[in-house]
Design a protein around this ligand. Sequence first.
Ligand SMILES: NC(=O)c1ccc[n+]([C@@H]2O[C@H](COP(=O)([O-])OP(=O)(O)OC[C@H]3O[C@@H](n4cnc5c(N)ncnc54)[C@H](O)[C@@H]3O)[C@@H](O)[C@H]2O)c1
Length: 381
Amino acid sequence: MKTLNVGMVGCGFMARSHSNAYRQVGNFFDLPYQPVLKRVAARQPATAAAFAAKWGYAAHGTDWRALVESPDIDLVDICVPNNLHAEIALAAAAAGKMILCEKPLAVDVPQGRAMVAAVEKAGVRNLVSFNYRRVPAVTLAKQLIDEGKLGRIFHYRANFLQDWTISPAVPQGGNGTWRLDVAAAGSGVTGDLLAHCIDTALWQNGPIARVNAMTETFIKERVHAATGAVQPVGIDDACTFFCRFANGSLGNFESTRYARGHKALYTFEINGEHASLRWDLHDLHRLEWFDHRDQDRLRGWRSIHLTDHGGGHPYMDHWWVPGLQTGYAESFVHQIADFLTAVAADKDCAPTFRDALQTQQVCAAVLDSARTGLWVEVARD
Ligand SMILES: NC(=O)c1ccc[n+]([C@@H]2O[C@H](COP(=O)([O-])OP(=O)(O)OC[C@H]3O[C@@H](n4cnc5c(N)ncnc54)[C@H](O)[C@@H]3O)[C@@H](O)[C@H]2O)c1
């Protein structure tokens, strides 16, 4: 087995989830590569040192450029705020490194395009971390759609609801709260949360042709963690949009950080001619399914507990015995397993930067529509 040296940029939430996945993946999947946690870069030396010690990185530093250019790094993993993705990805591509980049691809479409051009010119393998695709229940939903079990799709609806920014005391900028600073995040819930819903929807139901959106910024000013000054808030706190998919189905999407009581309620429901399915991140190992063709007296919603690899449940042959479920962390393990398998086979692993650019283009159309109040056609490269 070959080793594959990982250079991690960032040491927050996603750096933890990816590091855990690199450490776990070889225990559960037979892969051509063994990931080695080689280097981590973060802004503060003490934070980088503590992260390296906890997760087992061989070296740490504060200079991501040095990490990207190190000859001993094969894969650069970008787990920092959105406004830094492009710069790091361009440098990594120029250095000939494979790239795993957190979502959203970039802060806007021009940056995203530059990233796509860079990886395609350099010929380096690339993946964007839309990890929900690799939750077994979400993967099963995709398989059922592709097999035609729902028939013609009429409706696609998705929500991503949170409640953590309701207090005006939450700052913009800083660790975690960089998401409220438009300069760091690019947008609010549209790029942060709806990007997940859009990626899953494009994958399951095909391209979105046009959108009509509404956004709101409920709290107009917040203290900036960097300056200490009260500054205007430039992000969307909430966004709802409806859309038409290229296949003729109607889409309905909502995201907010002002839904009191909801922490990360990502749900989708798809209604087809023969059947409907729905999924809920709070119960992520289940897929709910209704099939009109079921026998009359037994017809009803069923809740499929995805633990049975004998029953063909995706990824589950790598885990425990039937009845025992997996969770959030494992979606990142699946992501690394699929990526390394594709790298060994000299194949792309979706969603590539180019796939994620399409999500970025839908987000841009949504924000454009919210600004103008008009229907906006989604551009496609
Ligand atoms: N796939 C997912 O489900 C998922 C979930 C959360 C976050 N993300 C994405 O992952 C990336 C990182 O998010 P996170 O949740 O790990 O963030 P985080 O705040 O937990 O960590 C961010 C890291 O970046 C570093 N950093 C560098 N420059 C910074 C700056 N100017 N401001 C703040 N931090 C800075 C921080 O020190 C920290 O190590 C983002 O692009 C985010 O959208 C994806």
